[in-house]
Design a protein around this ligand. Sequence first.
Ligand code: SF4
Length: 269
Amino acid sequence: MTKTTVKKRGPRTKSKADIARSIQMMTEQYGPFDQEPRLPPTDELVFTILSQHTSDINSSRAYHRLMDRFVTLETVASADIPEIERAIAPGGLAKIKAPRIKKVLNRIQELNGSLDLSFLREMPLEDAKAWLRQLPGIGPKSAGIVLSFSLGMPAMAIDTHIYRVSQRLGLIGPKVSADKAHDLLEEKVEPDAVFNFHVSYINHGRQVCRAQRPLCPECVVGRLCPSRKKFMSKSDLTTLEAQERQSISGISGAPIPHVPQSKTPDLKS
Ligand code: SF4
């Protein structure tokens, strides 16, 4: 008798419709979000390098000191590395970031003849991503920040909060890397929902679905979440589910989750 081997299937991930619903629920909870003006694309790229492994305040200080000292990025591109290093010192890791910034700026000039990256907006998204990713040290997240936040394109920029919430909610499988998550989520989130996705998921990750001890009983998307049983005791979960059932059938008693609204967050953490 021939033996039939049953292939083990990985956990099923959320459908496009479920993801759209989660974005809508979180946007109603934390939004509406204004798309605030950001830096021009090359400045945004330099800013993402400055923001690696440091706080928003420090990277901001480093960027402003850099621009106060050199005025234009063309001057930064031709400056000596120790000079750049001194200017960005408040941002931390200046010895690594100064040569990285100079290298990226010089490469953009070589490839493009200028430091103006606005031409990326006219390219198909995949080509624009590939163009940025050929620059030294620029990965999917940095490329996504520039394309999405500076140029308004529907590119993913997955920070630690978006990655964690996406895994817990089952948008991506547990073994998917953050780099790979960019492509997978780009396929699953509608282009016109990408901005709200970024901002609402970051807010949710910071305020409710924290890395340690997430606040599942207050979670606006708890009903969609396959992970909350890991974080709640059996009895608390049973009570919550009963409250949710009552709430759906119109009987009052379910808790109304509330978290304050936030402004557009940075994707640097
Ligand atoms: S139910 Fe808990 S684990 Fe799931 S998204 Fe909400 S806070 Fe995160």
